[in-house]
Design a protein around this ligand. Sequence first.
Ligand code: FMN
Length: 142
Amino acid sequence: MPKLVIIYGSGFGNTGIMAKAIEEGAKSSGVDVIIKPILDAMPEDVIDADAIAIGTPTYKAAAMPGIVNFVKKLPVSSLKGKVGAAFGSYGWSGEGAGIISEMLKSYGMDMVEPNLRIKRTPEGEGVEVCRELGKLLADKIK
Ligand SMILES: Cc1cc2nc3c(=O)[nH]c(=O)nc-3n(C[C@H](O)[C@H](O)[C@H](O)COP(=O)(O)O)c2cc1C
């Protein structure tokens, strides 16, 4: 079965809510999903993925340092042409997801755009938009 790997960082849980909603959406469209918080993730986790979604909140106009370091360590040769998405919660400026998206794009990934950013805690429609991204990613790899 096609496989989506979701890796995310989240200081207060908001980007984590997004990640879980993306997982739900993708599973409802019938693909395998591996979801890991950054502390449990290994760069090799992406090797056999068909699509990769990476989540980061914005802190101090940047992506989470742990996520940036992780993306720098990804096995680039296994990423070219794969479907990618960057997402994350933010408070006011929201640079994080865009920074990660540019890094993944530079590896030759086929990024879903625009990046999915939700202000603060995703609720109601915000959660639904995340589910829709999961479905879209699933449809792209089925
Ligand atoms: C110390 C600190 C710095 C922050 N800096 C920014 C920032 O530069 N731009 C922004 O949009 N949000 C900023 N935020 C807001 C967070 O991105 C926001 O609270 C987000 O929902 C956190 O997501 P998380 O729960 O996944 O960690 C900051 C929050 C904190 C606590």
